[in-house]
Design a protein around this ligand. Structure first.
Ligand code: NAD
Length: 327
C-alpha cells in the first residue's frame, strides 16, 4: 500500500526553512510551494526545488494548494500565518517559540481548539535519540527520583546585532526566547511542568558586540510542583560554547553532551558509562512523526498546549527578570 503524501508549503526560506525542506525530503516529500518576503531567498529555493513562489505567506495559504505548512519566519508572523492556515484546514508545523507573545500563543491554541486542525511546534530536541533514551531511563526509574536538571545552551551568535534576532518587535525577546525556549520544553518533557519560574537576563556592550535591545545572556530557574529544580543558562556572547544537559536523580546522573553527542550515566559520580544510542537526525525524525500524526497514525508528541505552556513560562520568566536587580 502506498502512503498518501501531503502537499507541503514552507513559509520563510532562511536557515531553519532550509532545514525543514531537507527534513521533508528525508521523508520523501518535496515541498511544492514557498513564501519569503525576501525575493533573493525565495528565488534561491525556487531555483533549487521548483514549485510556486509567493512574497506573502498568507497568499500561499489562501491559494488552497497545500495540506501542510511549515512556518519558519521570525516569531512576529507565527500567529497570523498559523491561524490563517488552521482556518483553511491546513496542518501546521510551526517553529519555536510558538509565538512572539503569550497572547499570540493563546490565540493560536484557541484556533487549534476551534478548528480541530493539527498544529505542532518545532521542539526538535524531543526527537533527538539521546534525549528519547534519557526520557525512557527517567520513566523506568533508572535515575531514581529526579532532584534537578541543568541545561546550558550557549555559544557566540556573531550576527545577533544585525539580524531580526535582536529586534524585540520581530523576535519578542532575546536569547531566553530564542534558545532557552528549547530548555523550557526539555524540562517539561523530561522532568515535568514548571510550577515555579524565576529568571535574570542581561545585555552588555563587550568586545563581541554592542548592547542589544534584547537579552544576550540569561539564567532561569524552574521548579515542578513536587520540588524538582531546573537550572537553565543561555548566552549569545560566550564563544567557548557549551551545549549540555544533565539530569540528577537519587540513583544516578545522566549527562548529554551535544558536542560529542554522548549520553553518559553515573551511579556514583566516579565511574561513567556511555549509553548506547542509535544515531538519528532529530529533524528527520520530528517530521516523520508529524507525517504519522497528519495521517492519523500517531498523536502529536508536541501539541499546541505544549507550545502555549512554554510561552507561558517564557512570559513569566521575562516578568521575573524585570523585577530582578540590576534590571
Ligand atoms: N528548531 C530549531 O532548532 C530552530 C533553529 C533556528 C531557528 N528556529 C526558528 O525558526 C524561525 C526562523 O529562524 P531562522 O534562523 O530560519 O531565521 P532566518 O532569518 O534565517 O530566516 C527567516 C526567513 O523568513 C523570511 N521572512 C521574514 N519575514 C517574513 C514574512 N513575513 N513572510 C515570509 N517570510 C518572511 C526572511 O526573509 C528569511 O528568509 C524562528 O522562529 C527561529 O526561532 C528554530
Amino acid at each position: 500500500m502506498t502512503e498518501r503524501m501531503p502537499r507541503v508549503g514552507v513559509i520563510g526560506a532562511g536557515s531553519i526553512g532550509k532545514t525543514h525542506i531537507r527534513a521533508w525530503q528525508a521523508n520523501g516529500v518535496t515541498p511544492v510551494a514557498f513564501a519569503d518576503a525576501n525575493p533573493a531567498a525565495l528565488g534561491a529555493v525556487i531555483a533549487e526545488y521548483g514549485g510556486e513562489g509567493y512574497a506573502d505567506g498568507l497568499d500561499l495559504i489562501s491559494a488552497d494548494t497545500i495540506d501542510i505548512v511549515s512556518i519558519c519566519t521570525p516569531p512576529r508572523f507565527h500567529a497570523d500565518l498559523a491561524i490563517a492556515a488552521l482556518d483553511a484546514g491546513i496542518a501546521v508545523l510551526c517553529e519555536k517559540p510558538m509565538a512572539r507573545t503569550l497572547v499570540e500563543a493563546e490565540r493560536m491554541a484557541a484556533a487549534v481548539e476551534r478548528t480541530g486542525t493539527l498544529l505542532s511546534v518545532g521542539f526538535c530536541h524531543r526527537f533527538q535519540p539521546q534525549i528519547e533514551t534519557l526520557k525512557a531511563m527517567i520513566d523506568r526509574g533508572e535515575l531514581g527520583t529526579v532532584m534537578s536538571f541543568r541545561n546550558r545552551f550557549a555559544g557566540h551568535k556573531a550576527d545577533a546585532a544585525t539580524t531580526w534576532f535582536s529586534n524585540p518587535e520581530l523576535a519578542g525577546g532575546g536569547v531566553l526566547a530564542d534558545t532557552s525556549i528549547h530548555s523550557i520544553d526539555l524540562f517539561r518533557f523530561l522532568v515535568g511542568d514548571a510550577a515555579g519560574v524565576a529568571a535574570m537576563t542581561s545585555t552588555r556592550e563587550t568586545d563581541l558586540g554592542p548592547t542589544l535591545e534584547v537579552d544576550d545572556t540569561a539564567a532561569m530557574l524552574l521548579q515542578t510542583a513536587d520540588g524538582a529544580i531546573g537550572v537553565i543558562e543561555s548566552s549569545w556572547r560566550t564563544p567557548a560554547g557549551e551545549w549540555t544537559l544533565a539530569v540528577h536523580g537519587t540513583k544516578g546522573t545522566a549527562v548529554m553532551d551535544y558536542g560529542t553527542m554522548a549520553l553518559r550515566v553515573s551511579k556514583d559520580g566516579t565511574t561513567w558509562e556511555e549509553v548506547p544510542v542509535e544515531p538519528g537526525d532529530r529533524f528527520a525524525r520530528e517530521f516523520a512523526h508529524f507525517l504519522a500524526c497528519w495521517r492519523g497514525d500517531a498523536s502529536p508528541r508536541v501539541t499546541a498546549a505544549d507550545g502555549l505552556a512554554a510561552n507561558r513560562i517564557l512570559d513569566r520568566a521575562y516578568r521575573s527578570a524585570t523585577e530582578a536587580l540590576p534590571g
